[in-house]
Design a protein around this ligand. Structure first.
Ligand SMILES: [Zn+2]
Length: 112
């Protein structure tokens, strides 16, 4: 039987490359991407938060198919603006999140 994690690991490398080349140059706040096996037991694919020192973090389930992981990364990036705006619920997908999602979609998906 194929080792699924080993088969999908190249997608994690591609995602990290996308993070470095497209996202990091555009981030206005310090933010780290974690492809963490700790997500595996939490019954969720990803989350975003700000730590006590003000640094932002996005944690994602490792080994996701690349297209799914990219969409999820954009989704979580869109939560950063909501967190900065003091959104009470980080899971809110309201107007701030929607505008931010569009912003990050354009940055991450542009082909030039
Ligand atoms: Zn969300």
């Amino acid at each position: 039987m194929t080792d699924l994690r080993a088969a999908l690991a190249p997608d994690d490398a591609h995602l990290r490359k996308l993070w470095r080349s497209r996202v990091l140059p555009e981030l206005r706040v310090p933010c780290s991407l974690h492809l963490s096996s700790r997500m595996v037991g939490q019954q969720r694919w990803a989350c975003a938060w700000q730590d006590a020192r003000g640094r932002f973090h996005i944690a994602m389930h490792p080994g996701l198919p690349y297209e799914f992981a990219v969409d999820l990364m954009i989704h979580e990036l869109a939560h950063l603006d909501g967190i900065m705006a003091g959104a009470l619920h980080h899971d809110d997908h309201g107007p701030i999140w929607g505008a931010s999602y569009s912003h990050w979609y354009q940055i991450v998906m542009r082909t030039a």
